[in-house]
Each structure stands twice: as structure tokens, then as C-alpha cells.
Design a protein around this ligand. Structure first.
Ligand code: URA
Length: 234
């Protein structure tokens, strides 16, 4: 259920303030009855404005967020933890495209455009994501090459499209790894299969998009050009 003035404004017909004026002047009907300001409507309600049925094609919005740690990648959480959606100041109902774990940071896209979300999440469209993983211990040369060749994770092989050791210390390594697929916890599973746990994980890029100078918790809207380019994955 959403407030009527918000539904009218989100359809792109007019601003929220104008929608309120229209409701107050009796020009809005819900299921044939004159509407009142603040009433709530759902998807099946028929809204008429100035005698015309409202097309509820909500304005499409697209955000890139630099997700902080300790935030859940969903629109709501039964345990009342902070969600990625709550970090974005919008009235429009958005959701993340895919997930980053609670303790993973970095690039996450959010939108209300289901078509684009489906395109980007479909494995056949091969969207590459790059992660920076800090692992416990060091990969042996054998482990590095077996990972480079591809590693079986739950009966499906993952072949990194890029694999690079960025930094090595006595007890840890920073690894850059790019993959096409998007199974949950996939990076942690890859390193677990090699006997290394991941102590920090950040997604640095998604397709051609990278975080640029977005700090943790900051976000920006995608440009029209970026949205069009994402659609070209179809
Ligand atoms: N792989 C993981 O293990 N976690 C993430 O959050 C993303 C990819």
C-alpha cells in the first residue's frame, strides 16, 4: 500500500505537490470514488486523474552505492538490520541488483527497473564483476594456477576472467579476481575450496562501472548513457 499522492507523482504525471492539489480539488477518483488526501492504494486500485486512468509506469531510477560493511543487501530485514535501500534518499521503491554479503563492501546497483535487473543477473549475459579479496595465508603457486584454470564449486566450474596477486604479506594476500557469475558467497566459496578464508571483501567494479571516488556509504545516480550501456548486455 502506498499513499495516493506518491503513486501519482511516481507515475511521472506530475509533482507530489500538484498531485495533492488534484486530490484536494476532487479531480482524483479511486475505484470510481472521489479520493481523499493521504489515502493508501495498492496495485490493483484503478486511479483516475482528470477523467483519465493513471498509467502507473513509475519513473525508473538507477543508483550506484558504495556499500559499507554491516549493511544488509535487501529492501527490508526481519532482524531490523540496516539495509542498503535505507542508505538512499528516495521515495521510490528500489531494490539491489544481486547481493553483497553483510560484511562485503563496494559497488552495488539499486533500481526499480525489473527488466534491467533481470538482464544483469542472467548468467547468459556474462556481466563481469571484480573483487578485491584479502585472504588468510598465501596461495601456493599450485593453488594459484588451479584457480586460474577454473575451480569446481558445487558441481559448476568457475573460471576467473582475471586473477592477480596485488600484495603479499607473511600471513595474508590481497587478490584481485574477476568473475562472470553471481552465485551467493561465490568468492568466499572459491577461496574456501582452496583452504583460505576471506577476511575482507570489496567489489570494485561491475561491468564497465567502477566506484570512482564514491566513499563508503555514498551513492550516485547512473547517467542515461550508463543505463543504456547496461541495457546493451541483453
Ligand atoms: N562473493 C562473496 O563471497 N560475497 C559477496 O558479497 C560477493 C561475492
Amino acid at each position: 500500500m502506498e499513499r495516493l499522492q506518491k503513486v501519482i507523482a511516481n507515475s511521472g504525471l506530475t509533482s507530489r505537490r500538484k498531485a495533492e492539489e488534484l486530490i484536494n480539488s476532487g479531480k482524483v477518483l479511486v475505484n470510481g470514488k472521489i479520493a481523499s488526501l493521504g489515502m493508501k492504494v495498492n496495485d490493483s486500485d484503478i486511479i483516475m486523474v482528470n477523467g483519465e486512468v493513471l498509467e502507473k509506469n513509475e519513473k525508473k531510477v538507477y543508483y550506484m552505492l558504495n556499500k559499507p560493511r554491516g549493511v544488509i543487501s535487501s529492501a527490508s530485514d526481519e532482524k531490523n538490520r540496516k539495509t542498503v535501500v535505507s542508505l538512499i534518499d528516495t521515495d521510490i521503491r528500489i531494490y539491489p541488483i544481486g547481493r553483497l554479503d553483510y560484511d562485503t563492501t563496494g559497488l552495488l546497483l539499486l533500481t526499480n527497473d525489473g527488466e534491467l535487473a533481470n538482464i544483469l543477473m542472467h548468467p547468459k549475459n556474462e556481466v563481469e564483476k571484480t573483487y578485491i579479496a584479502k585472504i588468510e595465508g598465501n596461495l601456493t603457486p599450485q593453488e594459484f594456477y588451479s584457480l586460474k584454470k577454473g575451480i569446481m564449486i558445487e558441481d559448476r566450474k568457475v573460471i576467473p576472467t582475471r586473477l592477480k596477486v596485488r600484495k603479499t604479506t607473511i600471513d595474508s594476500q590481497i587478490i584481485e579476481i574477476s568473475i562472470i557469475e553471481g552465485r551467493n558467497h561465490i568468492i568466499k566459496k572459491i577461496f574456501a575450496a582452496l583452504g583460505h578464508s576471506v577476511s575482507k571483501l570489496k567489489r570494485e567494479s561491475y561491468a564497465f562501472l567502477s566506484l570512482g571516488n564514491l566513499k563508503s556509504g555514498e551513492y550516485r545516480e547512473l547517467t542515461l548513457k550508463e543505463v543504456k550501456k547496461l541495457y546493451s548486455f541483453k
